[in-house]
Design a protein around this ligand. Structure first.
Ligand SMILES: [Zn+2]
Length: 200
């Protein structure tokens, strides 16, 4: 049979419950605050984003090199006039259409994209593998099936970029990469093992 507890016990239970809710709310709120992306408003850049550049040069290219790809950047930062030239090719200027993105709307214009090709194999390489290596370095392949294009946008749309938003800074997945870059030594397969990188 149910025996009612003394009133003080109920008060105690209520107090514990309230405290648990308050603490739970605090931590969930606190946690949420930590991971919310806080893009900052920024003017049009005049060069590649330094943080993105580090990810490309200290993580993406060296890791790809470990897997036998000697990549070269065929296009990095593009000024508005450079983008305009590319866009007009095949439209108002002779030639094949090479870009569907007018000036001011390419992620290249914001300094958060590079196009690559292998120095020997050109485009005849395993792009799926490169996509995985890029993801390890915090970069995204594509979009729109453009497999040689790698960028960092963290879900921001072109309109977001145009409105002045920028993705949050990335960090290298492993400290060894920074050391290798600083001492001008190539990253090795052993380094990637020590880094705990997956096999690509
Ligand atoms: Zn591109």
């Amino acid at each position: 049979m149910f025996t009612p507890l003394p009133k003080t016990h109920y008060a105690f239970l209520a107090a514990v419950l309230t405290a648990a809710i308050v603490i739970g709310f605090y931590f969930s709120h606190h946690q949420a605050k930590k991971i919310v992306v806080q893009p900052k408003l920024a003017p049009m850049p005049t060069a590649i984003d330094p943080n993105f550049n580090t990810q490309v040069n200290e993580c993406f290219l060296p890791t790809a090199a470990v897997y036998g790809y000697n990549l070269r950047i065929t296009s990095g930062f593009r000024s508005l006039s450079e983008q305009n030239q590319i866009y007009e090719q095949g439209r108002t200027v002779d030639g094949h259409i090479v870009s569907d993105t007018p000036a001011g709307r390419s992620i290249h214009n914001f300094g958060f994209a590079v196009d690559v090709a292998d120095r020997i194999w050109a485009f005849n390489i395993d792009w799926a593998k490169l996509g995985k290596i890029a993801a390890y370095c915090g970069l995204e392949q594509g979009p729109d099936g453009d497999l040689a294009h790698f960028e960092h946008r963290s879900g921001l749309s072109r309109d977001d970029f145009v409105a002045g938003l920028r993705p949050p800074a990335l960090s290298l997945p492993c400290a060894i990469m920074e050391t290798r870059a600083q001492t001008n030594k190539p990253l090795t397969r052993k380094d990637l093992q020590v880094c705990g990188a997956p096999k690509f």
